[in-house]
Design a protein around this ligand. Structure first.
Ligand code: NDP
Length: 434
């Protein structure tokens, strides 16, 4: 805490992981050598920079840009860029730390990183978004590269923004390397990348439910968020026969007891991805109920999929979900559950998966995009989907291997933390103190 003042999210993420690791490291003392943990919790490099750009009124705007290069031990730094007014060093350091373990879990050769800016895309014109993205890359370009650091999207950064950034990257370097993933299909993007995080989260929930002999078919599912991850989690859950009853955004929650349909999802995508409006507009269009300023966790569900942002589900809400009979919680977002909420889920033996395991499908498919670009070919949808599904199953298996409790149940928290750590730690030990 002394070395990282004012960084509560970073300390929260590190505490969660180290708590899982203590018993494992005590039993395997080689992981206490070479200052391994001390090195792992210190990002290899942090870059902070000014991003100045001119808005539509001719006024100069200044934002702060960041790139956290956390670990190169397994492969190039890899992780998304977030554009949101709440972005700060603490949030990006927690995300980069989590990303390092998550990327190790995918078994693909990717290190960990994260970045972004305190830019608020809400209410900005498309031209302003493009100028901001270009200004951001005018500094970022000197720190990234296909074999160094490969950013992707995150909150506030979707296909449109990645396109603007990849375009400026080419202009500055005169090279067509794969420096960004999540690109459009016409310039090297992978099929299934937009779907991958949401689909992967649902594939993971399916594996978890199977542990208790359950299937998604007929279950009630509560989703939070309404962005990229949430939309495709809704789509896959629906396709597997679940009844999805909530979505949300930072303005409130939509409750729809009739459940989602493909037609309603198309409306949601129109409202969020093309009109850039709030979910109350979606509720109006489909005749669902909108609860202003509320989060979705008061609605009874069998499966909860938090897909919005960090710390969006606290201890009291976790308790409410449990008393309402929730069976499975799989995180699509990064660290949406607070430490108190995780404790509630773990103690009540609800099937609970932390984001670094259940939402790893996005970065895994980004890894597949890097492979396709390097080979200069592109795989079909079925092939990418099959690889994604296989990776989610193998992450689930790794969690079972490392997360089995004495009573026979599974802590996915311990499983994911230990499995990810072992991969990164073994790579670090083999490469000496650097
Ligand atoms: P989007 O920007 O597409 O969507 C974010 C959603 O979360 C929106 O509904 C947004 O609402 C809501 N949200 C954001 N900030 C807040 C807040 N402070 N309070 C309440 N709601 C908020 O982002 P993604 O779907 O890509 O990302 C969602 C989560 O998933 C993040 O935690 C991200 O790190 C994680 N993730 C994403 C991956 C990806 O492939 N995209 C991969 C792995 C994890 P509003 O529209 O009102 O802002």
């Amino acid at each position: 805490a002394l070395r990282n003042p004012g960084q509560p999210e970073y300390l929260q993420a590190v505490s969660e992981v180290t708590e899982s690791l203590w018993p494992f490291i005590s039993a395997h003392p080689k992981y206490a050598e070479q200052g391994l943990l001390d090195r792992l919790v210190e990002p290899e490099r942090v870059v902070m920079f000014r991003v100045s750009w001119v808005d539509d009124h001719g006024a100069v705007q200044v934002n702060r840009g960041y790139r956290i290069q956390h670990s190169l031990a397994i492969g190039p730094y890899k992780g998304g860029l977030r554009f949101h007014p709440s972005v700060n060093l603490s949030i990006l350091k927690f995300l980069a730390f989590e990303q390092t373990l998550k990327n190790a879990l995918t078994t693909l050769p990717m290190g960990g990183g994260k970045g972004g800016a305190d830019f608020d895309p809400k209410g900005k014109s498309p031209a302003e978004v493009m100028r901001f993205c270009q200004a951001f890359v005018m500094e970022l370009f000197r720190h990234v590269g296909a074999d160094t650091d490969v950013p992707a999207g995150d909150i506030g950064v979707g296909g449109r923004e990645v396109g603007f950034m990849a375009g400026m990257m080419k202009k500055l370097t005169n090279r067509a390397d794969c420096v960004f993933t999540g690109k459009g299909i016409s310039f090297g993007g992978s099929l299934m990348r937009p779907e991958a995080t949401g689909y992967g989260t649902v594939y993971f929930a399916q594996e978890m439910l199977q542990q208790r002999g359950l299937a998604l078919d007929g279950l009630r599912v509560g989703v939070s968020g309404s962005g990229n991850v949430a939309q495709y989690a809704v789509e896959k859950a629906m396709a597997l026969g679940a009844k999805v009853v909530t979505v949300s955004d930072s303005s409130g929650t939509v409750v729809d007891e009739a459940g989602f349909t493909p037609g309603k999802l198309a409306e949601l995508m129109e409202v969020k991805n093309h009109l850039y409006q709030r979910v109350d507009e979606y509720a109006k269009r489909v005749g669902a109920t909108f609860h202003a300023g509320k989060r979705p966790w008061h609605v009874p569900v069998d499966v909860a999929l938090p897909c919005a942002t960090q710390n969006e589900l606290d201890g009291a809400e976790a308790q409410l979900l449990v008393s309402n009979g929730v069976k499975c919680v799989a995180e699509g977002a990064n660290m949406p559950s607070t430490l108190e909420a995780i404790k509630v889920f773990e103690e009540s033996r609800v099937l609970y998966a932390p984001g670094k395991a259940s939402n790893a499908g996005g970065v895994a498919t980004s890894g597949l995009e890097m492979s396709q670009n390097a080979m200069r070919l592109s795989w079909g949808r079925e092939e990418v989907d099959a690889r994604l599904h296989g990776i989610m199953r193998s992450i689930h298996a790794a969690c079972l291997q490392h997360g089995r409790r004495a009573d026979g149940s599974v802590s996915y928290v311990d499983g994911a933390n230990v499995a990810g750590f072992v991969k990164v730690a073994d790579a670090m030990l083999a490469q000496g103190v650097v």
